[in-house]
Design a protein around this ligand. Structure first.
Ligand code: NI
Length: 205
């Protein structure tokens, strides 16, 4: 086969792959927008609908927190360091906000629903800010919530082979959502509490 023919085939394949990527991206965008109004392209496609179970066992959706600013963090209670560290930072930031912290609802959405039952979360949240709510759900519900928030997570099997000692690799970002559940800003892992408090205060009435 002449070289030119090969180049044509290669370019055709590349075009097919590209079309596939664009189609998949459009599909994901549609998925995350849920049933709400179509968002303008300038707006961040973070957040959206979720149906989960809170640490008291109550079934909730994002609509239950309307009227409050949501501080959303995905993690898990067996996390050895990253999650407790970040939840301490959230706690310190809310303490710094004083009375205004009442306008903010911190949420911990587990990425490990297999181990993080409502009871497990109820016990865990007592280590942090008193207003912190832990949310769990079925594997599918958690996957949908994580997808809406563009959160990555993946099970990492225990090297010693203990089926219950696995870790969860996950993105560690704190999202601030407005009172209608729309994305305002995010804080990367390790942002100091006073910086977070200051930024949140700037959005509060
Ligand atoms: Ni973690």
């Amino acid at each position: 086969m002449p070289a030119r023919r090969w180049i044509t085939i290669a370019l055709s394949l590349a075009a097919i792959v590209l079309i596939g990527i664009i189609a998949a991206d459009q599909f994901l965008k549609r998925e995350t927008s849920g049933d709400g109004p179509v968002r303008s392209s300038g707006k961040a496609l973070v957040g959206g609908h979720f149906t989960l179970t809170d640490h008291t066992g109550k079934r909730v959706t994002e609509a239950d927190y309307r009227g409050k600013f949501m501080l959303v963090y995905f993690g898990y209670t067996f996390c050895p360091d990253v999650c407790p560290g970040e939840l301490q930072i959230i706690t310190a930031a809310l303490d710094e906000l004083g009375e205004k912290a009442g306008l903010v609802q911190p949420l911990l959405i587990t990425v490990d629903p297999a181990r993080d039952s409502a009871a497990q979360l109820a016990d865990y949240v007592t280590n942090f800010h008193p207003s912190l709510i832990g949310l769990t759900g079925t594997a599918e519900e958690i996957a949908a919530a994580a997808k809406a928030y563009r959160v990555y997570y993946k099970k990492v099997e225990d090297e010693g082979g203990d089926p219950n000692a696995y870790l969860m690799d996950h993105s560690s970002i704190v999202y601030l959502m407005d009172r209608e559940g729309e994305f305002l800003t995010h804080f990367t892992y390790g942002t100091p509490p006073d910086e977070i408090a200051k930024k949140i205060a700037g959005y509060l009435p």
